[in-house]
Design a protein around this ligand. Sequence first.
Ligand SMILES: *[C@@H]1O[C@H](CO)[C@@H](O)[C@H](O)[C@H]1NC(C)=O
Ligand SMILES: *[C@@H]1O[C@H](CO)[C@@H](O)[C@H](O)[C@H]1NC(C)=O
Ligand SMILES: *[C@@H]1O[C@H](CO)[C@@H](O)[C@H](O)[C@H]1NC(C)=O
Ligand SMILES: *[C@@H]1O[C@H](CO)[C@@H](O)[C@H](O)[C@H]1NC(C)=O
Ligand SMILES: *[C@@H]1O[C@H](CO)[C@@H](O)[C@H](O)[C@H]1NC(C)=O
Length: 485
Amino acid sequence: MSATRYKRLTDIDLDADINTIPESRSIQSTLIGFILLFGFVACMIFLTSVQAHPARVSLQDNGKNSPILRTRSQEKPRKRNITKWMDNYFTADESQFLNCSEMIKNNKDVIELYVNNGRMKLDNERLFELPMDCPSIKNRIYGDMPSFRPLKRPIAFVRTIYKIYELQEALLSISYHPDNVFCFVMDSKSTDRLKESVRIMSSCFTNVVVLGKEYSLNSGGHGQDPAHFDCLKTILDRKWDHAIILQNFDLIIKTPYQLSDISESLNYTSIMGFDHGFSYRYNTKAKWTPAGMKLFKIETGVPNEILNRNLIVRKSLNEVIVSKVFVKSMFEKLNMDIIIKLFDDNDYYGVDEMLVQTLYENYLGLEGQMESNCTRNHNDILTRMTHWDFSGPNGFDKECHSKWKRHGICIMGVEYMNELIKSQQVIANKVMATFDFGTIACMREMIKRNTAGETPNTQWLTSFPQFREMQQKANGTYDRNKFDC
Ligand SMILES: *[C@@H]1O[C@H](CO)[C@@H](O)[C@H](O)[C@H]1NC(C)=O
Ligand SMILES: *[C@@H]1O[C@H](CO)[C@@H](O)[C@H](O)[C@H]1NC(C)=O
Ligand SMILES: *[C@@H]1O[C@H](CO)[C@@H](O)[C@H](O)[C@H]1NC(C)=O
Ligand SMILES: *[C@@H]1O[C@H](CO)[C@@H](O)[C@H](O)[C@H]1NC(C)=O
Ligand SMILES: *[C@@H]1O[C@H](CO)[C@@H](O)[C@H](O)[C@H]1NC(C)=O
């Protein structure tokens, strides 16, 4: 596991594969008859249910002229009693087996009952209409949350998104705080429903930004770096101390207050892993010197030693925690257009885990960056919790607690709740609304009750070389040439 911990993850592909168990060809062909028959019956049931539940189906994308999530004027809102947050997205029937307080204790019977009843899944066919006026949106996002206390150190959440709107609304509500900043970037291939909803949602908050520009994101990681960096640039003048770089399926597992405390401990340190870039993931023949990439806006005063030495390409994961001090210094001193393009190269796969790492771990004289030349590998034990299992294809996997996996990563069903609330880490990857929304709902419940996992203390953080470097600089014992990576 440790040897492969940084292997490429792919976040983008069809949600559909989560529900598709690979079948052999012969089985498939004999199934076709059944499917046709089933389809007919399903149609009849569907048409009947349209009468019974008119609102339920109106969410489907009927084309350009029908705005999605339409509830306010065109139709009567669906009648259901919303007594708790989950009722916004699920019927009481669908959520009846979710029992978060037992699940976090790892009560196997409770978990099994829930799993055997099909989990709580959201997919495009099972969405409610959501009222999209600002009071309703705000009410869903923080209406039931305890009143906010000011944050010492606000956090920016920079997230690329491309799937179901409801998932993003729920993920936002987990970290929502009026002092925090949220920047979303959308895949250009996203549905109109997602795009329109996210834009409406962001218009309700001054601290939720959606970039106007959309990006072509794919499973090779292309588009991620340009998207994240454009978001960072857009929110550079806002008040935040650390930014967390996120993708569509990342679940934050700490409260805003815990994140503020972590940011305080980190001070100007950024958190990411240390590893060499794999030579098959970037163009080794390109000019990797800062001079060759015209990296510095002003080269005058930059030592020749820095200007003309090849950068060593570094990597960890796409998810990183970067300090404002470092981000600000990058945008002030560097012109990153060329290096971003160099990594975001269509000839390579898994390209989005190297840019920040390379700029941080090669000393360029930037504020807040790593000065020591640390080439030894270090796993990032703070940022992202992942249950890797590389053996076998997507789908059923007996090693996963949830028994389900995609691209070498176990999907975090409610079976992971106990681990999630014990974890020191900040993010869990990955949760999927199409597989188990219960994990997201329970995590939100824990955040709401302020019972998320432990906040890492400074002692624990000293396992990061960049953190030790900062401490040594503060106590005057730092020596670049003697630093123990
Ligand atoms: C909502 O709750 C009220 C009072 O408990 C009940 O009478 C009514 O039938 C409920 N409506 C629905 C749609 O469940
Ligand atoms: C969860 O399960 C426990 C133990 O079975 C039970 O006491 C509790 O009432 C349940 N809570 C909910 C919300 O169903
Ligand atoms: C953060 O680091 C700076 C520079 O070393 C120092 O002046 C400041 O006191 C530190 N802040 C905290 C909260 O430790
Ligand atoms: C950093 O260390 C690597 C490997 O030990 C070495 O190749 C490289 O030249 C060093 N870079 C600097 C700037 O000292
Ligand atoms: C300075 O900080 C380093 C890194 O945490 C620590 O190991 C060292 O003991 C400190 N030195 C002094 C004199 O406090």
